[in-house]
Design a protein around this ligand. Structure first.
Ligand code: ADP
Length: 357
């Protein structure tokens, strides 16, 4: 069992920088939580407060109902996997994985069993006698995970574990971490700035900006119903397009297009008649057909899709830029006009930046 309760956590560093504001989260046993957000938003600080590597300035932290707010890191029964692996270069893979248990003076037979079992899970059985420098980046990352696994901790903490790997290896290691989670049913907290990692790994995502939680939810919830402009622009790649529009007579209108609102959208926007709101449309929700005119300036074939970057009505203003992810292989040339439609729209309040729901 490992439930973690983060209650009103604040972190103020000695230099008076407040890195985390009122962080609240109930992590269920066995849950895979991903903290995601841009660099400097307070993700690592939050993780390090959970690990006991940073003092908690205010708030409470509970593990299975027990208050561990001020407990030393070594008493928290958590294992952390770092971005830079932090392996000992002079020790073999085996010794690296055994290290924490050796320190604890566990029975060598038990250590041997645990290291072999972890190596088996991670596919490192043939590498146990090698030194870290003889391994690939992906293998080193697995040794770092192995070192965490042998301790059989209640909670695994990952701080950007894949960011030193190349794109291909990142994908493969991501799948290994997922399998590991399934196999071990462990509670995991994982920090990344990469929205793809968040969407593919998490049971629930915590999206942060400037020290504050913006939204907590399943990957689908954050993708489908982002709570505000920040989450809408951070989750999804390429990012959502945004346009200022006026709501009038059942339409969302600006100088570039006029979109007829559905019945549901009219209800949603009832309070905004005559007002300006932000309309968001994901590139993948722009389809060919319809009457919105896009002047193409680049056509990128991705295989299954084509990314078309263009300008609404051939206008040069910054707010006329649009990215469309069109189905199939398109061969537009710069200067071509494509007629498109927005098949799914999101609306945001201009003042609060919150989604209009
Ligand atoms: P992230 O992990 O999202 O990139 P961090 O948690 O590392 O962000 O940092 C959040 C904020 O706290 C940043 O403004 C950063 O500069 C600041 N910060 C991080 N560590 C310290 C520290 N030891 N002392 C002072 N400020 C820090």
């Amino acid at each position: 069992m490992a439930n973690i309760s983060l209650q009103h956590l604040d972190k103020i560093y000695d230099n008076k920088v407040q890195a985390v504001f009122d962080f609240n989260l109930e992590v269920k046993d066995g849950e895979f939580i991903v903290l995601v957000g841009p660099s400097g938003c307070g993700k690592s600080t939050t993780l390090r407060m959970v690990a006991g590597l940073e003092d908690i300035s205010a708030g409470r932290l509970l593990l299975d109902g027990k208050d561990i707010t001020t407990a030393p890191a070594k008493d928290r029964d958590m294992a952390m996997v770092f971005q830079n692996y932090a392996l000992y270069g002079h020790m073999t893979v085996y010794e690296n994985m055994a290290f924490s248990l050796t320190l604890r003076k566990e029975d060598p037979n038990v250590i041997h069993k645990k290291v072999l079992a972890a190596a088996e899970i991670l596919g490192l059985t043939d590498q146990l006698n090698k030194k870290p420098k003889q391994l690939s980046g992906g293998q080193r990352q697995r040794v770092a995970m192995g070192r965490a696994i042998v301790r059989n901790p209640k909670v695994f903490l990952f701080d950007e574990p894949l960011s030193n790997l190349d794109a291909k290896l990142r994908g493969a290691t991501r799948r290994e971490i997922l399998l590991l989670h399934k196999r071990m049913h462990a509670t995991m907290l994982y920090v990344t700035h990469d929205q793809t990692e968040a969407l593919t790994l998490a049971d629930r995502i915590v999206c942060m900006s400037m020290g504050r939680v913006q939204q907590v939810g399943t990957p689908l919830e954050l993708y489908d119903t982002p709570a505000n402009l920040f989450v809408a622009s951070f989750i999804g790649l390429p990012p959502m397009n945004f346009f200022n529009v006026n709501i009038a007579n059942g339409k969302a209108v600006n100088q570039y297009f006029s979109v007829a609102l559905t019945e549901k959208e009219r209800e949603l926007l009832a309070g905004y008649e005559g007002k300006e709101v932000t309309l968001g449309v994901r590139p993948e929700d722009v389809d060919e057909g319809g009457d919105i005119s896009v002047c193409v300036y680049s056509n990128e074939n991705l295989g299954m899709n084509t990314l078309v970057h263009g300008r609404l009505n051939n206008a040069h203003a910054a707010d006329a830029a649009i990215t469309c992810k069109l189905r199939g292989w398109c061969d537009y040339k710069a200067g071509d006009t494509v007629k498109v439609q927005f098949v799914k729209r999101h609306f945001f309040d201009r003042e609060t930046t919150n989604a209009i729901r």
